[in-house]
Design a protein around this ligand. Structure first.
Ligand code: GAF
Length: 388
C-alpha cells in the first residue's frame, strides 16, 4: 500500500503534472539554515556550527530526452524559463534560475553530461533573509540530478559542486557552510563542521528540551553575497593570512594575536581578530552544548555579535537593534546570523517570552523608522532528502 503523500508534496507533484503534462520522476527537498555560531570562518578553513531549519525548498523534476531545461517556480514573476544545458555560462541566468542552472553548469565542469529536464520549484525559506534560500534550491537540485542521472556524487562532492555554482556561476565568493548544513543537517542537531577537511560531528541541539526557543528576526534588509562587502572581508582575511605567513587564518591562535597586531594595519588586524576569536567561540559553544546544554551558550552568542559589529564590521543598525532589543526583553543570547550587511538575527529565548521579544522588536523597529521585521521560531531539522 502506498502512503498518502503529505499535502505540500502532493501539491508540488500535482502542480508539476498539470504544468508539464505528466508526473515528475521524483520530488526532493533541501532546507535553509541558521548558523548558530562561526561566521566567516568557513573560507578561513575554520569551524562553523549551523543547523538545517524546518523551512525548505522542494523541487519536482523529470528528465527529458533532449538538452532543453524548463524551470518554473510557484511564486515570483519570472514565469517559465526555457534554456539549453549546452549554452550555460556564468552571467547567462537571471533571478532564482541562477541556482538550478549554476548546479547544471558546475556538474558540466566536473565532466558530467546532465540531460535536459523540467523542474518546478516551491520554497518556504524566506528570500533574501540570510537563511540560505539559494543554497536550499541548489542542494535540492543537485540531489535530484545526482539521483536521476546516477552520477554517484557523495555529500562532500555535492558541497564542492554547489560552492562552485555559487562562486563561479552566480558570482558570490562564499564558503561551504550553507550547503553543508542543508545537505548534512539532522533533526535536533547542529552540524559542527571543520571546513579544512569537511569532517562533521552532529551536536545535539534541541532548544525546546532546554525550555528555549530559537527566534529568527528577519530585518527585511536584503543583502547579496555577490555585492562587494562579503568579498572585501574575504580579501582582508587572505591578506592577513599572507602577512602572518599561514595557509589560512585557522592556523592563527588567540595567543598569536598580540604579535599579529604589530604586523597588520588596524582594519586587517580587527578582521583577523574576529576570525581567530570566532573559531574559539565555536569550539567553546560545542563544549558548552555537549556538557551543559543550550541554556549555557547565550554569552557566546552575544560575544560573537559584538565581534561582527566591532571587528568584522558586517552588522547594520537593524541587526544591532534586533539583538539589543531581544536581549533587553528576555533573550539569553542573540546575534546576527549569516554573511551580514542585512538578513536575520537570532535570539535564544526562554519559552513563554517569545511574544514579549517579538512585540518589543517590532515596536523598536517602528520607533526607529525601520521596516517591520518578521519574527518566527525555527527548529533544527533534517537535511536534504528525496521525498518521492
Ligand atoms: C554566507 C556564505 F554563504 C557562507 O559561506 C558563510 O561565509 C557565511 O556567509 C558567513 O559565515 O552565508
Amino acid at each position: 500500500m502506498t502512503a498518502t503523500p503529505a499535502p505540500a508534496l502532493s501539491a508540488v507533484s500535482g502542480q508539476f503534472e498539470s504544468i508539464f503534462g505528466s508526473a515528475p520522476d521524483g520530488v526532493w527537498q533541501a532546507p535553509g539554515r541558521v548558523n548558530l555560531i562561526g561566521e566567516h570562518t568557513d573560507y578561513n578553513e575554520g569551524f562553523v556550527l549551523p543547523f538545517a531549519i524546518d523551512k525548505a525548498a522542494k523541487v519536482a523534476v523529470r528528465l527529458r530526452g533532449d538538452s532543453c531545461v524548463r524551470l518554473l517556480s510557484t511564486f515570483g514573476k519570472q514565469g517559465l524559463v526555457e534554456t539549453e544545458t549546452t549554452t550555460l555560462a556564468p552571467g547567462s541566468a537571471k533571478g532564482w534560475t541562477k541556482y538550478p542552472l549554476g548546479v547544471v553548469w558546475a556538474l558540466g565542469q566536473l565532466g558530467l553530461d546532465v540531460p535536459g529536464f523540467d523542474l518546478l520549484m516551491d520554497s518556504d525559506v524566506p528570500l533574501g533573509a540570510g537563511l540560505s534560500s539559494s543554497h536550499a534550491i541548489e542542494c535540492a537540485v543537485i540531489m535530484a540530478l545526482n539521483d536521476l542521472t546516477g552520477a554517484g556524487l557523495g555529500l562532500e562532492d555535492m558541497v564542492l559542486a554547489t560552492q562552485r555554482a555559487e562562486n563561479d556561476f552566480v558570482g558570490a565568493p562564499t564558503g561551504i557552510m550553507d550547503q553543508s548544513a542543508s545537505l548534512r543537517g539532522s533533526k535536533g542537531h547542529a552540524v559542527f563542521l571543520d571546513c579544512r577537511n569537511q569532517s562533521v560531528q552532529l551536536i545535539p541541539f534541541d532548544p525546546r528540551e532546554a525550555g528555549l526557543v530559537l527566534l529568527v528576526i528577519d530585518t527585511k534588509v536584503s543583502h547579496s553575497h555577490a555585492d562587494g562587502g562579503y568579498a572585501s572581508r574575504r580579501e582582508s582575511c587572505e591578506v592577513g593570512a599572507q602577512v602572518l605567513g599561514v595557509t589560512a587564518l585557522r592556523d592563527v591562535g588567540i595567543g598569536d594575536l598580540e604579535e599579529a597586531s604589530g604586523l597588520l594595519d588596524s582594519a586587517t588586524f580587527r578582521r583577523v581578530r574576529h576570525i581567530v576569536t570566532e573559531n574559539d567561540r565555536v569550539l567553546q559553544t560545542v563544549e558548552r552544548l555537549t556538557t551543559d546544554g543550550p541554556a549555557h551558550i547565550g554569552l557566546l552568542l552575544d560575544a560573537s555579535h559584538a565581534s561582527m559589529r566591532d571587528d568584522f564590521e558586517i552588522s547594520c543598525p537593524e541587526l544591532d537593534l534586533a539583538v539589543e532589543t531581544s536581549r533587553a526583553h528576555g533573550a539569553i543570547g542573540a546575534r546576527m546570523t549569516g554573511g551580514g550587511f542585512g538578513g536575520s538575527a537570532i535570539a535564544l529565548t526562554p519559552v513563554g517570552h517569545e511574544q514579549e521579544v517579538r512585540d518589543a522588536v517590532v515596536r523598536a523597529f517602528a520607533a526607529a523608522g525601520f521596516t517591520t521585521p518578521d519574527v518566527f521560531p525555527v527548529t533544527p531539522a533534517a537535511g536534504a532528502a528525496r521525498l518521492a
